[in-house]
Structure formats: C-alpha cells, structure tokens
Design a protein around this ligand. Sequence first.
Ligand SMILES: [Zn+2]
Ligand SMILES: [Zn+2]
Length: 358
Amino acid sequence: MPVLPRCEQHRAHAGWKCQGCKRVLCPDCVATKRVQVVTDLDVCLRCGELVEPLTVHRSQQQAFAARIPGALVWPLSKAGLIAIAGLALVRACFSYLGSLGWALGACLFAAVCFAFIRSTARGSDDFDGYDFGDFFADMLVPGVKALVGAAVVWVPAVVWLVMRPGSVLADPLAVLKDPVLWALLVGGVLYAPMAILVGASGGSLLGMLNPVYVARNALRLGGNYVLMVGVLCALFVAWFLSLGVGAMVNALPMPFFPRVLDYAIACYVPFVAARVMGLLLYTHGDEVGYGVESEYLVPVLQGVAPRGVAPDEPVAAEAPKRSYAPIELPEEEAPLVEASVEKPRELDPDKLPPLKVE
Ligand SMILES: [Zn+2]
Ligand SMILES: [Zn+2]
C-alpha cells in the first residue's frame, strides 16, 4: 500500500479529494447528501463542493507477489471445496467408462480450471455460476486449449530429439548436454503459461500459438510473469508428488471411495495454479489489454463510507451556487385539451362472482 495522504483537520487517512477547494479529505470531512430523493452525492464539509474518491492501482493496493500466499488456501474455501468434491465425484464416475471417460473427465477438469482463472481475473473469490450447456464450447474447447498449452512445453523438445543429427540411444549423455534441447525446454516453460492465460481469458487457439502475440504479452507483464512461471514450476513438482499420494490412496482395497479421494487430491495444486494465474491478470491485466483500464483503479479507503454530517443548506437566496445544483426549467404550458384518463375503479369484493374451482 502506498503512503496515504492525510486530511488537514483530523490528520486521518484521506480517501477523497474535493473538486472545489482541492483538499484531501478523511471520512469525517465528507458527508453524503441526498439530492432529490434518489441521488446520493458525497460533498466536502469545508466548501460544500463534490468530492471524488482517491484511487490506487490494484497492484499498489496489494502487489501480485503478496497475493500469492492467499492462493494456497483458496482451494480450501467453500467455493473451492465444493468444486473439488463435485469434480472428484464426476471424474471418478467417468473413469469407469474407459479412456473416453478419462478424456471427458480431463476436459471437464480443464474447463473448471479455466473458469477459475477467469473468475479470479474478474476479481471474484467464488466459483461463478458455470453452465455446461454447450458441450463443444464449454468443455471440449478448454480441454483442447489445455492440451495445447501443455504440449507447448515438451513437443518442440521431442521434435528436436527426433530431428537432431546423431541417434539419441547411441549417446544419451550427449543429449543432456545439447544446448538446443535445453533452450527449447526453457522456452516452452516460459511460453506455456502465457499461452494458457491467453486461451483461458477467451483467446483463440491461433492466438495461443502466435509466438509474437504471446511473447509480447509475457514481456509486458515482465518480472511478475517470471515470478508466476517460477511459482507454477514449484507447483508442478508439488502436483507430481500429490499424484503419487493419490495413487497410494487409490490402491486402498475399497470400491469407489479411494478413487474419488484420488481425484480430489489431484485437484488441489491445479486449483492453486489457476488462482495464481488469475491473480496475475487481476492485478496486471491492464498491461495486456485485459478488461477496462479504469477497473484497475480501486478507492484507497475501500468499503469506508463518509461519516460527516452536512449542515442544512442556508436560505436559498444566500446559498452558494453548487456545481451540482439542479437546473431550472421554464414551466411547461398546459396542454390545450385536458387528457381524459379513466381512473381505475376499485372493485367491491363482495359483489364479485365466486371463483370457479375445477
Ligand atoms: Zn472542498
Ligand atoms: Zn478529516
């Protein structure tokens, strides 16, 4: 949080600035005034003019790095646990349908993670109502996008292994020293998260595979992007370990239940990853053109209402003319012919015929 200015009078943190006297004002210096029954205006108690809230960028309110620890506990929130339970149950049932069932379950999993990235990027802490009405758009597309995002990491390296001169089997150690291989792997690891962010936030498959577009967005996010990639790498190791734990649970000699537990354990780390990715867009999305720039500005005193009490306006003749004073309109001339509108008559309930019940 940046250093907040303080008001002159109370030396308290200011949350508004007056448009008239230009002073910065604390909640006690500002009053909410009701104008014409329906409009509430916040006004300066020193000069009576309108005030505007002081705002900071989301990234100044709390840096992306400082938001990451919260992502670790987020899957354990109510919304997260409900999603884990539901997803684990459905995937466990699908898993009895062979490889098609497994693929369906994986698509559903990708769709839920993408939905989490999007809802987090929009600032929601919940699992926004997700409607799987359109199978192709809502499930298959996220599945394919996730597959492409994951493939970006290793496919170029594997293609190079096949294409490169010299057999891999003849000299496996030389392969490990191959700089091209490592460059492709590191490049893939740096590329994939941005490609997935592009895909999850509504970009097309072509957009995900457009290196100029993806690299430009990653560069704009700069250090925060590198930080996210580092966190995702650490999470990947943790995910691998959690899959091992899940496999051990699944080996328990019991029907169905261990399988559900296995899938539930497999959800935790990807949900943390989705949250971390969404938080990067939430804090710095304006740098890559996500959403409207003004949405990234938040009031410095969020959730604090003005506490001052406005004095009654002096008699109209002496009242200073406010910028928000209502404009006066000349009185309308009466219409030549009085419109005749029949007034609704109230019916006497006793004289009504009884209701017919069939
Ligand atoms: Zn003022
Ligand atoms: Zn004050």
